[in-house]
Design a protein around this ligand. Sequence first.
Ligand SMILES: Nc1ncnc2c1ncn2[C@@H]1O[C@H](COP(=O)(O)OP(=O)(O)OP(=O)(O)O)[C@@H](O)[C@H]1O
Length: 312
Amino acid sequence: MSGDRPDAAIHTRGLRRVYGDAVAVHGLDLTVAEGESFGFLGPNGAGKSTTIGMLSTLLRPSAGQAAVAGIDVARRPDEVRRRIGVVFQDPTADRELTGWQNLSFHARLYGMSRRDVHAQARVLLEMVGLADRGDAPVGTYSGGMRRRLEVARALMHRPRVLFLDEPTTGLDPQSRAQVWQKLHELGRQDGVTVFLTTHYLEEAEHCDRIAVMDHGRLVAQGTPHELKSAIGADVVRLRTGDDREAAKAIRERFGLDAEVGPDGVRVRTADGARWVPRLCAQLTSGVTSVTVTRPSLDDVFLHHTGRSMRDS
Ligand SMILES: Nc1ncnc2c1ncn2[C@@H]1O[C@H](COP(=O)(O)OP(=O)(O)OP(=O)(O)O)[C@@H](O)[C@H]1O
């Protein structure tokens, strides 16, 4: 493809997908380096699953190009499939089979030898913390265990790129942390590229780089630190006797953008700590609490999409 990047794990140019008259992904240009963990964020309907579908060869692009592990997804989909692993939003492990059988069945589809399957399953069950549960039916696993098994299964044929669509949705915080730690090790130790969508802030924080998508377009990309710094200002959150009235007063008297949300009034301003005393002196609607923080990824998300990550 033009502007080739054979060393990149994922490289797209003008990647586009339409459903009838609706454009789900508009000309996406994205490059993800080998071994990178890349978080793909965006509100519902932004086009994340459609993009993963195209990159994992399940959906044909309507236009543009994409290469995964240096191979064009439209021209050589079979070769791409051998080099990728996919963990879908909904659980797909067979509950009747044991963990071990799930891994083995998957690997045999990829033509792996019995011996190789055995060795690889042992390593991966160990890696995802299921070594002592491999012989139990998946129906007896907790949600977190099932998810970790699915990660192991996606890795059986030693893919170079792992795609995960909402890998930890519905898991408790402890299971989420466990799954995430395993994913992180993969990149660090084995150079596997991890490309994931998530609605969880802490998961996004762990990524080497992040892209934010909205209405089928990339609206921001960079490291979590770069994206937060680019917002440039402190975030002041206030609770007042009347949040709407306070937001109105802030807009009028200070010319600042004040948003009212479930956690009170949110204002972005340079040097928030110095501004707060001036604010308190001017507001008549009684300030009950104030916090000043550096921008979070949720602030980045809100800035670029107009929505909070938690709400989406
Ligand atoms: N099979 C389909 N037929 C028609 N429209 C579709 C289809 N799949 C997705 N869409 C539309 O394409 C757009 C992008 O959807 P997509 O599922 O890729 O978004 P998403 O960012 O993954 O959302 P979510 O976070 O809800 O999974 C949406 O407007 C959606 O309604």
